[in-house]
Structure formats: structure tokens, C-alpha cells
Design a protein around this ligand. Structure first.
Ligand code: PLP
Length: 356
């Protein structure tokens, strides 16, 4: 039985998109490979509302996050965290011997522009990492407001994790002045995991040139310079299978329309939130709730594990809470190609199982 996934990645992949992964291989140094990779970059630029270069990485999103903090931090990184993924960026910096400080918000609360302003006013930092959509707590950070602060510090590289929101919410990269905007395929883009995408600004290129030890596989400057020299071909063999599927899926996203797609995500979020408020509560602070997943506060003390087991028997799967919140919260993703009808069906089963 196919288990319909309502977990925040990997998401269900449409059959026609999945089939594209089975496209016969082509040589990665052929003209066709260049055309494919350039086509993806052009479409991604539209989806990110940017003129910046796009880099593709055969890794999950974490690879580019590690590459970003390592390749572009010259002095010290300020890592703002509202949960597990924000903290991970700090841990990546430390693991690479990149000087970094961690600025944490209380669980369920956002990173505020004031926090960023206070940190940057010290003059200690030349790179900032912010999570747009924190998948552990269901917080969507006010990146637009934060970007206003960033504009006062033009020498600081602005890195944003949009892994669980890009293609599900509007991320105007150039308007917000984001230098490095990272996404993974297995979340709102609706593909299997294994490819990551980032935008890479001229400012980020310049910063990386000042960093001596950028690693190699995830050296963003090397990726950038190679695709310039080799007509969109990468230093090592990429997952062309993902690329066939991504190129196709981006056409489907363009066909749906960006605004329509973002509105669909918002509509699904509103529906799940209203249901959660009626029966439980929400974990994230009002005004900062994610449009791509909902973290429900388990006020009824139900067994999340048991609920998921019973859902599994019916062909559905949601996610338990992240880390310490395993049983204290549960998460329902409304990402990628999921529809409101899919969610209504899921919620119907949850109500039936829990006798709500
Ligand atoms: C899933 C996720 C990541 C990690 O991405 P991978 O593609 O699994 O490496 C990072 N940040 C956020 C917000 C995520 O949701």
C-alpha cells in the first residue's frame, strides 16, 4: 500500500515527476547536460525572483548550508536559530573551524529584526544565517523585516535557509537582498531528496574569494567558477536523474502559477491551523506560523506514536514532534503538490481515530 506522506520532507512525488527520474542517462559533459542545467537555473531564478547565479549541488540542502558558512565567512558568522535547523547551521560552522556565535530564540518564537540589529551593531560579524521556515517548530521568520536591518550592513553576507519553504511561499531573493538562498528538492518542490539549490550573489562570490580554505566538494566558489567556464557543467558527476525531474517539475510549477501555488499553500495552512486551534493548540507564536507545515501542540496528551500507527493502517503518515518535542507536538506538512482535499481526507481520518 502506498502511504500518503504528510511529513515535512520527503514529500509525496507525483507519478509523472517520478517517472522523469527514469529518463535514460546522458553524458554529463554533453551539450544536452549543459542545456538541462541551464534550463533549471533559468527557471529557479524566476522562482527565487533573482538575477543571481544559481548553483545546483548533488547533496541534500545541508550540503549547501555547510558549504555556505564555510565558503563565505571571513571573520565570524552570526547564526540565528529558532529550532533544530537553525542550530545545525551553527554546528556546521563550528565543525569546520569557522568562528561563529549562536543567537537562539525561545522555541515557537521568531528571530526578530532587533536581535539581528543588536548582533550586527557589534561589527564582529560578516555573515548571517537565518532560517526562513523552521521545520521543527513551525515558525516562519519575518525575513522581509530582517532584510531591512541587513541592508544597513552591506558587507555582511546574508544566508537564508528556505529548505522547507521555497516553492511553497514567496521568497523575493533580490528584494530581500539575500546572498545565499538554499532549498532542497524533497520539500515544497515535490521531488525525491538528493539535489539542493542555492542562489549565489556577486557579493557572495567576492566574499568567498577572500576565504582560503573553502573545502572542495561544497566549495561554492568552485561550483560558481566551474559553471561559468564549462557552460553550466559541474566539477563532479551530478544526479542528472534529479535534474530531469526538477526541470519537468519546474515547468509544472510555472504552469500552476507562482501566486496560485503560494496561495494554495496558505489556504492549506489556514485550514490545518483552524482545525488545530479548535482541537489542540498551535506551537508557533501567532503571526509567525508557517504556511508549509503546522506544528500542533499536543494539549490533549494523545499518543502521537499510536495515532501515526493507526494512520499508517489507513495509508497516511504525519510527523511526530522534533527531538525533545516528539510527543509534545505533532507536525502536519502541507507542501508541494498536496491539495486541500488531501488534507481534508487526512484530518477526517485523524478525527475518526481520535474520536474528536
Ligand atoms: C529539511 C530541512 C533542512 C535539511 O535539509 P536536507 O535537505 O535534509 O539536508 C534544513 N533546514 C530546514 C528548515 C529543513 O526543513
Amino acid at each position: 500500500m502506498h502511504i500518503k506522506l504528510f511529513i515535512p520532507g520527503p514529500v509525496d512525488v507525483a507519478e509523472d515527476v517520478l517517472q522523469k527520474m527514469a529518463t535514460p542517462m546522458i553524458g554529463h559533459r554533453t551539450k544536452d547536460a549543459s542545456v538541462l542545467q541551464k534550463s533549471i537555473s533559468d527557471k529557479m531564478r524566476k522562482l527565487m525572483y533573482t538575477e543571481n547565479e544559481i548553483l545546483l549541488s548533488t547533496s541534500s540542502g545541508s550540503g549547501l548550508m555547510e558549504g555556505a558558512v564555510r565558503s563565505c565567512t571571513r571573520k565570524k558568522a552570526a547564526c540565528f536559530s529558532v529550532g533544530a535547523f537553525g542550530k545545525r547551521w551553527y554546528q556546521m560552522a563550528k565543525a569546520n573551524n569557522v568562528p561563529a556565535d549562536l543567537f537562539e530564540s525561545e522555541a515557537g518564537h521568531p528571530t526578530t529584526p532587533e536581535m539581528v540589529e543588536k548582533a550586527l551593531a557589534t561589527g564582529e560579524y560578516d555573515l548571517v544565517t537565518v532560517t526562513h521556515n523552521e521545520t521543527s517548530t513551525g515558525v516562519m521568520n519575518p525575513v522581509g523585516e530582517i532584510s531591512e536591518v541587513m541592508k544597513k550592513y552591506p558587507e555582511v553576507i546574508f544566508c537564508v535557509d528556505t529548505v522547507s519553504s521555497l516553492a511553497g511561499a514567496k521568497i523575493p531573493v533580490d528584494e530581500w537582498g539575500i546572498d545565499i538562498c538554499i532549498a532542497s528538492t524533497q520539500k515544497c518542490l515535490g521531488l525525491p531528496a538528493g539535489l539542493a539549490i542555492t542562489s549565489f550573489s556577486e557579493k557572495a562570490v567576492k566574499a568567498a574569494k577572500e576565504v582560503e580554505f573553502r573545502g572542495m566538494y561544497l566549495d561554492l566558489l568552485l561550483l560558481y567558477e566551474t559553471i561559468q567556464k564549462k557552460n553550466y557543467q559541474y566539477p563532479s558527476t551530478p544526479s542528472l536523474s534529479h535534474m530531469f525531474a526538477l526541470d519537468y517539475q519546474l515547468d509544472k510549477i510555472l504552469e500552476e502559477g507562482f501566486d496560485e501555488r503560494f496561495n494554495r499553500h496558505e489556504e492549506m495552512a489556514k485550514y490545518v491551523r483552524a482545525w488545530a486551534m479548535k482541537n489542540f493548540d498551535l506551537f508557533a507564536e501567532d503571526g509567525y506560523r508557517s504556511n508549509t507545515l503546522t506544528t500542533v501542540l499536543n494539549t490533549k496528551g494523545i499518543s502521537v506514536k499510536e495515532l501515526n500507527e493507526k494512520l499508517g493502517e489507513r495509508g497516511f503518515m504525519i510527523s511526530n514532534g522534533y527531538g525533545d518535542f516528539k510527543e509534545k507536538t505533532f507536525r502536519i506538512a502541507h507542501m508541494a503538490d498536496t491539495t486541500l482535499d488531501d488534507l481534508k481526507e487526512l484530518i477526517g481520518h485523524i478525527e475518526d481515530i481520535l474520536d474528536l
